[in-house]
Ligand binder design. Structure first.
Ligand SMILES: CC(C)(COP(=O)(O)OP(=O)(O)OC[C@H]1O[C@@H](n2cnc3c(N)ncnc32)[C@H](O)[C@@H]1OP(=O)(O)O)[C@@H](O)C(=O)NCCC(=O)NCCS
Length: 254
């Protein structure tokens, strides 16, 4: 590949057009690193010129956005510092009131023109630190979904049929992943392509989800196996009321 082609490829992976690239990079260079409420306020206004937002987005310093014109944010979305959103074609939509904590990565990874690529979250979700989502086959997340730290959701698999060929040269499959409303994924959970996690389910820390889970499952382990159904009385954990914590800060937002 010649240098001009390399440059064209690079720019296409960064933005939708060259004028847009210049505008996006100028705004992000000037304001991207500014800390404190001043930085959040200025980015909240200026970034509306480079991405789609229903309200004033709350964006901390050092958030990295690529192809931001393919990003849609609902009202009161919060992006903590070091969040990285790469919204190649297919795009990223984040629902109202959703928080992405430090180091979270949403990457559509659509370098191959995949028809269903994209990452879509519902309202009031929470993504714990360093959660990473790859959206080649499309990742659809419902309302109120909560992830612990370092959760990985990867809507892609590499083809490996030919042992005489490099795996990286054999193409990919990308079916997509659906996570329905009110799901809690514990820290370190990995969800592989083609899986649907039913409404109200819980996946224990460190599990690898390789098969779909029906609604209200509690699943643990590698590969994840269902150990309970949340709707059955026997499955309900007896919580001592004094051990359940709701904080003042939480109440401020409710
Ligand atoms: C899945 C979880 C919610 C289960 O809680 P619970 O309803 O109290 O379930 P129990 O403790 O009764 O566990 C049921 C069985 O699953 C096992 N189990 C529970 N969590 C497990 C896990 N993460 N990995 C493997 N096995 C697990 C238990 O050992 C028990 O097995 P047993 O019946 O053979 O003794 C909890 O263990 C968990 O993993 N929480 C995630 C914590 C986290 O990541 N927090 C970060 C902030 S989001």
């Amino acid at each position: 590949m010649g240098i001009l082609q390399e440059l064209k490829y690079y720019l296409k992976s960064q933005s939708n057009s060259i004028p847009q690239y210049i505008l996006e990079q100028s705004i992000m260079t000037v304001l991207g690193g500014l800390p404190s409420l001043v930085g959040i306020g200025l980015r909240g206004i200026a970034y509306k010129a480079i991405l789609k937002s229903d309200g004033i987005p709350l964006i901390e310093h050092n958030v990295r956005l690529l192809s931001p014109s393919n990003i849609r944010l609902g009202k009161q979305v919060y992006l903590d510092s070091q969040v990285y959103l790469n919204a190649l074609p297919g795009g990223i939509t984040i629902g109202e009131g959703t928080n992405l904590m430090h180091g979270t990565i949403f990457h559509t990874f659509n370098y191959r023109g995949l028809p269903h690529a994209g990452i879509f979250t519902g309202k009031n979700c929470f993504f714990g630190e360093y959660t990473c989502i790859r959206g080649q086959g499309g990742v659809h997340i419902g309302d109120g979904v909560y992830t612990g730290t370092q959760v990985q959701i990867a809507a892609v698999n590499h083809v490996y049929d030919d042992p005489d060929k490099f795996i990286k040269d054999q193409g990919i499959t990308a079916e997509g992943i659906t996570i329905e409303d009110d799901v809690w994924l514990g820290s370190g959970v990995i969800v592989v392509d083609g899986v649907t996690i039913g409404k109200g389910s819980i996946v224990g820390a460190g599990a690898v989800v390789t098969k779909s889970l029906p609604p209200y499952s509690v699943a643990v382990g590698v590969p994840a196996k269902i150990v309970k159904d949340r709707r059955e009385a026997a499955a309900v954990r007896q919580q001592v009321a004094t051990q359940i914590h709701y904080g003042e800060l939480e109440q401020l937002r409710s």
